[in-house]
Every structure is written in C-alpha cells, then in structure tokens.
Design a protein around this ligand. Structure first.
Ligand SMILES: Cc1ncc(COP(=O)(O)O)c(C=O)c1O
Length: 407
C-alpha cells in the first residue's frame, strides 16, 4: 500500500484501511468478507448505495458508444440530455451548465466565473464573502474561501489571502461588510442551510432569503455550493428553489449517484449572457479534460431518473424521522444533536468519547467515520428503516452503555 498516498491522515501512524471487495445496496463487503452498512455514503455521494443495476447498465450502454470525448469542438447526446435535465430541475433561469471533474474544481469555476462576470461588464471585483467554518474543497481558491484551520494549517505564513467571513444567520454583519466593501466583492459563496465539513451546522432559509436580497442590492453574486446539500441531503431536492435562486450553483458528489467524480457549475441567463458576445475576450477560459464525460453524464441522467421515479424525497423524510431519534440519546458529553433531511450529527463536548467508536461500529457491522467532535450519519437513501434504526440504536448504545461512565 506504500504507493498510495492516503488523504487527511498521518500515513505513518494510521490504521490499515479496510480493503473493500464489493459493494451492494447499502452494504460494503471487506476482503475477509465482513459485511458493513455504509452510514456515510462514501463521503456523502452514493445516494443509491452500491451496484445499482440500472446505473451499471446505463454506464455499460454508454461505454459501448463512447466512453470519453472532449467538449472542445465536439459534443455528444448524453451531455446534451444531461445539461437539459439539470436545467429543468433547477429553479429560476439557472440554465447554463459548465461541467468539471470534481466539486472543488466546480467551486473554482464558480469563483472564476464570478470574477470574470464583473470583468466583462467593466468592473474589477476579486474578493469573496463566505461563512465562518465553511468548507468548499481542497484546491487553492476553494480553500481560500473556506474557513477551516484543519485544512489550512499546513499553509500558514503563505499567501492565502483573507476574504471576508461571516457568521451564518447574522444578517446585520453581512450588510455591514457589503455596505463597506461591495465594490471589491464579486460573490458571497455559501453551503446553504447545512455546512458539512465545518461541523454540520444548520442555519435558516429566512437568513438565505435576506442574504439573497442584500446580494442583489449591493451587486454581489450569490453562489450556492450544493456539492454536499444537492440531491436531497437537506430534505429538498436542492436548497435553491423558485423563491431562493442563486446566481450560480455548484452540484457534485451525488450528481452521478456517486459513481464517477463529476460536478456542474450552473449559471443564470444573466451571468451567461455577459460571456456571450462577439468578443473572444469575453469567453470563459476554462476547460477540464474530462468535463461532460459521457460515462459521468450517463450515470447522472439515470441517477436523477431513479431519484424522481422512486420518490426519493419521501424516502429522505422517513430517514429524517428515524435520525431524529438521535436526539433522545442521553449523555452529559453530548453538546448538541442536529438533524436535517438525510443528515444526523452528534456534536460532543470532548472528542475523547469518540475514541474507539469506529471500531465499535465495525464490530457491529457498521462503517462509520467520525471527525473532530462529530459523529454523523449520512446514509444512502436506499437504507431500510430497520437498517437505519439499527444504526441509531448502535449510536445510542455507544453513548449510553459503552461510555456511560466516561466524563
Ligand atoms: C460543500 C462542498 N464543496 C466542495 C467540496 C469538494 O468536492 P470534491 O471533494 O468533489 O472536490 C465538498 C467536499 O466534501 C463539499 O462538501
């Protein structure tokens, strides 16, 4: 394994990773045939679980036609269909799809788009506002609009320029910054409603609606990073809706049902039209090699079809009702339990109480991975009520039986 550089970890001291031989439905199977419920959807993306026959077949059919082709000067039917479908399920006039190969790059694209949008109308605006504890990916500019020291600390002293950070929910603070600096700010980028990697913090829709008004008033683009929240995670298909339309939205992770790394940055007509002109100077100079990859588009199209046909939103409602039982867990070291849609999180006061939790879950046939002060569940939406109740019960037993006397 020495040839693999693993993420977010000290490789010298890390425990050997589990080797997965097979995934099927909500289950992962290790090399030594241990069957585990995946409670984190492989970093929140495998919404249909594993080995979905319909998506497998969609990819196989596409492979027999063409598995990759560049979008520079060429196009293919699957990306035409996929972009049309994405535009049709997004609210307002979010109609123009720019594909990339990961969420981080999708965020880079959104930020570049925002800066160039102003450039194309004769304004120089290069700064951004984002939330405290925000996470938008690991590439450079995405990291810059993030506010999470765990991801930044290795780069201290270097040139990560300071953007503006605001506390989610504090509309007065937001307006103060906009009033003073809007001539230099291109966009306000948010993980709407639910901040993921920053600790599963939840803020209100009302705040986002007020922020939408302020962004319009001060001529700053409102950018929704729905890489994590998109496709049902907060209980709605997207946080963006007919009464809350951002200028740019980024979707990733579940975009392909978690099958293939891909993202899409979608802009409104107003943004797009400022790039659409007789001048080559106005063109958007970005183009990932694998943008609009046919296999990713085929997987994504089928994923959305299944999501709609099998009424995943009602599945997510059921998941939420079960996750709410996390709130009944009683332990003095629990700081707060937050649940929304397909996400439930226990924040603890001292993460010592989470030491050994992963192994405990493993012993109970569950794959779970805590980080910092958070133990969370973000299951594939196909998880059954029985399976999810069992997971919640296992969490409860950890706190109330295994760690009852730990203080
Ligand atoms: C809100 C958000 N934006 C962007 C990203 C980056 O996506 P990727 O890991 O596909 O680059 C993530 C990943 O967790 C995320 O949660």
């Amino acid at each position: 394994m020495k040839n693999i550089w693993f993420p977010y970890t000290q490789i010298k001291t890390m425990k050997e990773p589990l080797q997965i031989e097979k995934g099927d439905g909500v289950y992962l199977y290790t090399k030594d045939n241990k069957k585990l419920i995946d409670t984190v959807s492989s970093w929140w993306c495998t919404i249909h679980g594993y080995n979905n026959i319909e998506i497998n077949n969609a990819i196989k059919d596409q492979i027999d036609k063409v598995s990759h082709v560049m979008l520079g000067g060429l196009v293919h039917q699957t990306v035409i269909d996929f972009s049309r479908k994405i535009a049709s399920i997004l609210p307002g006039n979010l109609n123009h799809c720019f594909f990339s190969d990961s969420g981080s790059v999708g965020v880079e694209v959104a930020l570049k788009m925002a800066v160039q949008y102003f450039n194309n109308i004769g304004q120089i605006k290069t700064k951004f506002i984002s939330f405290t504890d925000s996470y938008h990916g690991d590439t450079w500019k995405a990291m810059e609009v993030g506010d999470d020291p765990d991801y930044h600390k290795a780069f201290k002293g270097d040139s990560i320029p300071q953007n503006f950070y605001v506390e989610p929910g504090n509309i007065i603070e937001l307006e103060k910054i906009l009033k003073k600096h809007s001539t230099e700010i291109a966009g306000f980028i948010v993980e709407p409603i639910l901040q993921g990697a920053g600790g599963f913090k939840i803020h209100s829709r009302k705040y986002l609606k007020d922020a939408r008004k302020l962004c319009s008033k001060y001529d700053v683009l409102f950018i929704f990073d729905e890489v994590a929240t998109g496709f049902g995670r907060t209980g709605d298909l997207f946080v963006a809706s007919e009464d809350l339309v951002p200028d740019i939205i980024i979707l990733g992770k579940a975009l392909t049902g978690g099958y293939i790394g891909h993202s899409v940055t979608v802009a409104t007509d107003e943004i797009y039209n400022k790039f659409y002109s007789d001048s080559p100077e106005d063109a958007f100079m970005h183009g990932p090699t694998f943008m609009g990859n046919p296999l990713a588009c085929a997987a994504g199209l089928k994923s959305i079809e299944i999501f709609e046909r099998q009424d995943y939103l009602s599945k997510i409602k059921n998941i939420e009702s079960i996750l709410l039982k996390l709130k009944d867990i009683d332990h003095p070291l629990i700081k707060e339990v937050r649940v929304i849609g397909g996400c439930g999180c226990i924040e603890v006061k001292d993460n010592k109480i989470l030491e050994g939790f992963k192994d405990y879950c493993f012993s109970k046939g569950i794959w779970n991975r805590t980080f910092l002060d958070f133990a969370y569940i973000m299951p594939p939406y196909i998880i059954s009520s029985d399976e999810l109740n069992y997971v919640v019960e296992t969490f409860k037993n950890w706190f109330e039986k295994e760690q009852r006397d730990v203080l």
